[in-house]
Design a protein around this ligand. Structure first.
Ligand code: AAL
Length: 421
């Protein structure tokens, strides 16, 4: 029996294949020095295929790539950052009556929060989480940098109405001349079981109120065992395809392996009924929800959690999102200024700024959040190359702050001992 040495056979076969121009390597020119702006007609590696098919020849050619710049906003007091006042989870920004409006979670309590894990220590005056015992307040601005707080928009309703413990994490919808604020309605201190709540809504004829609570759950939790059974967070309405597309987050899986994913619920009427999309969760990644109409679809700023965090994504149908760019230092809980958020546009122009938040700004003992302004170029109408550089320079001290923990140091010490013995 003839034993074939497969290594020799495969080498011979490869030689024949190559000589017949199998990969036609000798026929194909090397990749050119000047990067072609359009996809060249030649064999490309997977990475170069993606570069042309998904992102654009370079980040600067990608309308959905941007870096983010941040500015401290003026006009809001935080009681010397002692943890008794928080402002967080801002809504989208709208422009009406000659000024900008933003709504947000507002807490003003005698003490800083004890933490969701210590929810058993919370009382009617002591908050568990930073967003416990909160109301929805709002502020206005002429320039988006200096804000004037106007006061409460949606107070906590009396027991047993939805949100009696805390109303938080709101967003705004303008629909047929009326205004709607959707928000998380807590019925117990966050952290008791988990960060559990449904979504409620109030409406008004003016962005300055007065706001009338619907006093019913408008986006219900999922059924037992469903991915969104405990929490409906970050309600985020846009008008798309003639309907209200309300995106939201849920916390699934449970501690200690909590995961965040996004869902979509659609309605013809701001007070519902909202129908959850059968493809939910429509995003495997992200934390707070930040979407905006872009061209004929919807774009999304996907932060913090999940396989595809730190990306900008796009869904032509508003449902099936794909990564459009990868970036860094994305804004948390971003509420962009979106002029065409409610116009049912078929050619969304994109965004250039908004309000976001920074949490635990003074450590966990005085845990509170602050609002800030972010700027970017995710707009068809702006081409700001200073927002589309490839990286941000950071001093070594920034990286040294993310040092090894005790467990990691011990592992390394043991590795060293093993090598040295
Ligand atoms: C935020 C949001 C929701 C959560 C909590 C307050 O970042 O995701 O609002 O419930 O954290």
């Amino acid at each position: 029996m003839i034993k074939l040495d497969l290594t020799k056979v495969s080498a011979f076969a490869a030689l024949c294949f190559m000589s017949l121009g199998g990969f036609s390597q000798e026929k194909t020119e090397a990749f050119p020095f000047k990067l072609p702006k359009e996809k060249p007609n030649r064999p490309l590696s997977a990475s170069m295929e993606r570069s042309y098919d998904v992102y654009g020849a370079t980040p600067q050619d990608n309308e959905l790539y941007s870096q983010f710049k941040y500015t401290e906003i003026k006009g809001l007091d935080y009681s010397n950052h002692d943890g008794t006042i928080t402002r967080r989870d801002p809504s989208k920004v709208i422009f009406k009556n000659g000024k900008y409006y933003v709504w947000y979670t507002y807490r003003n309590t005698k003490t800083p929060p004890v933490g969701g894990r210590n929810a058993h220590l919370a009382t009617d005056e002591i908050p568990s989480a930073d967003w416990d015992l909160c109301e929805i307040w709002y502020a206005t601005s002429k320039d988006g940098f200096t804000w004037e707080e106007q006061g409460v928009a949606v107070p906590r309703p009396p027991k047993p109405n939805v949100g009696w413990r805390s109303v938080t994490t709101t967003d705004i919808l303008e629909w047929k001349g009326k205004y709607y604020l959707y928000y998380q309605g807590f019925m117990e201190a966050s952290g008791k079981r988990g960060d559990d709540c449904p979504v409620a809504v109030s409406w008004a004829d003016s962005p300055d109120g007065p706001w009338t609570p619907y006093n019913k759950v408008v986006i219900p939790n999922g059924k037992p065992g469903e991915w969104d059974q405990y929490s409906i967070h970050d309600p985020y309405p846009l008008v798309h395809n003639g309907k209200i597309y309300l995106y939201y987050k849920s916390d699934s899986n449970g501690q200690p392996d909590l995961i965040r994913m996004h869902g979509l619920a659609i309605a013809d009427n701001p007070l519902g009924p909202f129908k959850k999309h059968p493809l939910n969760p429509i995003s495997s990644s992200g934390h707070e929800t930040t979407m905006f109409p872009f061209k004929e679809g919807i774009a999304s700023i996907v932060i913090r959690d999940g396989n595809e965090h730190n990306t900008i994504q796009y869904a032509e149908d508003g449902v099936n999102f794909k990564v459009a760019s990868i970036t860094e230092f994305l804004p948390n809980a971003a509420g962009p200024f979106i002029p065409d958020a409610f116009t049912d546009t078929q050619n969304g122009r994109g965004i250039t700024w908004g309000i976001c938040h920074f949490t635990a700004v003074n450590g966990w003992k005085t845990n509170h959040a602050i609002l800030a302004r972010f700027d970017c170029d995710l707009s068809q109408d702006v081409n700001d190359l200073d927002m589309k550089k490839n990286h941000v320079y950071l001093k070594p001290e920034f990286f040294y702050k993310m040092g090894l923990n005790g467990k990691q140091k011990k592992r390394i010490e043991e590795e060293n001992k093993r090598l040295q013995n």
